[in-house]
Design a protein around this ligand. Structure first.
Ligand SMILES: [Fe+2]
Ligand SMILES: [Fe+2]
Length: 318
């Protein structure tokens, strides 16, 4: 019997969802609401708890079980005000979503609402955030993270920083940007399909000033120099399609609505995107399927599809 096996075809089907804001603040005590958390609690009480609904998330989980992507990425804002008890709720939800091997998380600004010890908060999500070679360790910094799945490099960034009241800004910082540049160069030279994941839109013009990524221009410069095949983000709670110039090419950038939004405002109802990446000779084939929540039938269904073809960049090509 011939024991030589053909190599696995390069490619991956993965889902992107964001901003589930899945926690409830019912039962939270006033003593837990120091500083900016009071404002966040009032926002949840009067607005957010009507918009972010558990029945939408239940429908999302049902749909994901049927579609069964090979991997799921979650780009932040799992909580409302970043309380340790919310991190515990979110960890339980992540376990329903899938194993840490199959689910990749980057944090959002709501998860870092005020400065809180890592051990009480993000440590609970660490298996879902760390790089492949850091699994089982608790070393910091965690970001940028790098997970490689079947020719696709999932590169996670943290833009989650505590900001002043009425601000929802984020930033990466110099050290994270420098490490990102090295990772993009290495994974690009390996000919991998590089997907950059972060919470805030990278382009400052895609978001209000008080909610922007403060070093977004620096990030776009790095991406424009070192390249990437795809950038995915959340934060804006609406669909955003944009692009970042990269030499003579452009990098597609997709932002998506909240995964739990019932959609009181037009264009804000929950969606998630399904990406299918495949290698076809010297090109990457990228299929994008948008699946959205339907209020009448309480389920998710296909709404749009896109197809892109992108050149493969590696050390053997310019
Ligand atoms: Fe959000
Ligand atoms: Fe956000």
């Amino acid at each position: 019997m011939d024991e030589t096996r053909a190599p696995d075809p390069v490619g991956l089907c993965f889902a992107h969802l964001s901003d589930p804001h899945l926690t409830t603040l019912r039962g939270v005590h006033w003593q837990q609401l120091l500083n900016k958390r009071v404002l966040g609690y009032l926002s949840w009480l009067h607005r957010r708890r009507d918009e972010h609904r558990s029945e939408v998330l239940d429908a999302l989980l049902r749909d994901l079980q049927q579609v069964h992507p090979e991997h799921i990425v979650v780009t932040g804002d799992l909580t409302h005000i970043g309380l340790p008890s919310e991190f515990t709720q979110a960890r339980a939800w992540l376990e329903r979503l899938g194993s840490a091997e199959r689910v990749t998380v980057v944090p959002g600004n709501h998860d870092a609402y005020i400065r809180t010890p890592w051990s009480a908060t993000f440590a609970q999500w660490e298996p879902y955030m760390v790089s492949d070679d850091r699994a089982g360790t608790a070393q910091q910094p965690v970001f940028p993270s790098l997970r490689v799945r079947n020719g696709v490099a999932l590169i996670g960034l943290s833009s989650a920083t505590a900001s002043a009241p009425f601000f929802a800004t984020g930033s990466l910082g110099l050290e994270q940007r420098q490490r990102l540049s090295g990772i993009l160069q290495e994974t690009g030279a390996q000919g991998l399909f590089r997907v950059v994941l972060l919470h805030h839109p990278p382009r400052v013009e895609d978001e209000k000033w008080r909610k922007r990524l403060t070093d977004g221009n620096d990030l776009c410069s790095i991406l424009g120099r070192d390249g990437a095949e795809l950038v995915l983000h959340g934060h804006s709670h609406r669909p955003i399609e944009s692009a970042i110039p990269w030499g003579e090419r452009t990098i597609p950038v997709f932002g998506i609505p909240s995964a739990s939004a019932i959609g009181h405002k037009p264009g804000r109802r929950a969606q998630y995107y399904l990406y299918t990446v495949a290698r076809a000779g010297d090109s990457w084939s990228l299929d994008v399927a948008v699946r959205g929540y339907r209020l009448d039938s309480d389920d998710f269904a296909l709404q749009h599809e896109y197809h892109r073809s992108l050149p493969v960049i590696s050390s053997t090509s310019s």
